[in-house]
Design a protein around this ligand. Sequence first.
Ligand SMILES: [Mg+2]
Length: 179
Amino acid sequence: MQKLKKENIKGWIRFFCPNYKTDSITDITPEFLKSLKKKLLFLDVDSTIAGWNESLPAENIAQWMENLKNEQIDICLISNTHRVARLQNIAQECGVGYVTGILKPSIDMHQKAISMFPVKKDEIIMIGDQLLTDVLSSNRFGIDCIWVKPLPTGEFVGTKVTRLVENVIVGLLKKNRVF
Ligand SMILES: [Mg+2]
């Protein structure tokens, strides 16, 4: 888990800067989240917990979610997917909440999700794999965010295009010495 030096940057690029980054979602432990006083996870789905063409998360990620729930950390899936039936099935199988709505970086789904749980904004953290959707929406909403490396499962063609823009932003963040 790497804490990014957000204080090093000024201006619009700051909105694309996560608070933390990690290569593997399973490295995010309940102890770490509790040390940050987080009680609720907003969790992206595609390439974060499951490949876009997979129907369910892999066993190790399902187990990771189970561990968090056992430690009283709530989870709400916040997904850009158009396949709502698949999202509902993942939420049901994993025993977590979910929201749908206007696509990220809109904060529409964040607003819906926070209304479902008795928490304050500073008790929430978002986990997602994309700077242009997950990180930008969280910064706009005013919550912390962990940026995870996308799962190696291949991506939807639209995501491949946004990755090109993301790579430019990653270059700018590196130039600002945030990581
Ligand atoms: Mg994603």
